[in-house]
Design a protein around this ligand. Structure first.
Ligand SMILES: C[C@H](O)[C@H](O)[C@H]1CNC2=NC(N)=NC(=O)C2=N1
Length: 112
């Protein structure tokens, strides 16, 4: 079975259905330390990463930005001293798509 990070992101149009809560919870089992949060009725995938200082958090933020640019799919990243919180969701479908789980897995790879 292909590791989640190696999956290919699929373009999703605004007509694509977001994952159901059950589907999202099933994919969540493939990740660790990520959680599904809901803001304004939109399910999102979020995880905080801790670092020894601001510069390290900023360098991680740049790496996540590179992943996002490469995929054409972007998270919200809150970067602060010693911490960065990454939240993925698919704006076009106002919910979660497998792409968000793939990019969360790729986010974990650059946090190591
Ligand atoms: C035009 C541009 O490709 C689209 O707006 C992309 C940009 N990045 C995106 N990122 C996320 N998370 N969801 C989107 O729907 C999205 N759409």
């Amino acid at each position: 079975m292909t590791a989640l990070a190696e999956h290919t992101c699929e373009p999703c149009s605004k007509n694509t259905q977001p994952l159901s809560q059950d589907e999202a919870l099933e994919w969540l089992k493939s990740l660790s330390q990520w959680q599904i949060v809901e803001h304004d009725g939109i399910m999102k995938l979020s995880r905080s990463f801790t670092f020894r200082d601001f510069a390290s958090a900023l360098a991680f933020t740049q790496c996540v930005g590179d992943i996002a640019e490469q995929a054409g799919h972007h998270p919200v990243i809150v970067t602060e001293w010693g911490k960065a919180t990454v939240t993925w969701w698919s704006h076009a479908i106002k919910g979660l798509h497998l792409n968000d789980f793939i990019l969360a897995a790729r986010t974990d790879e650059v946090a190591e």
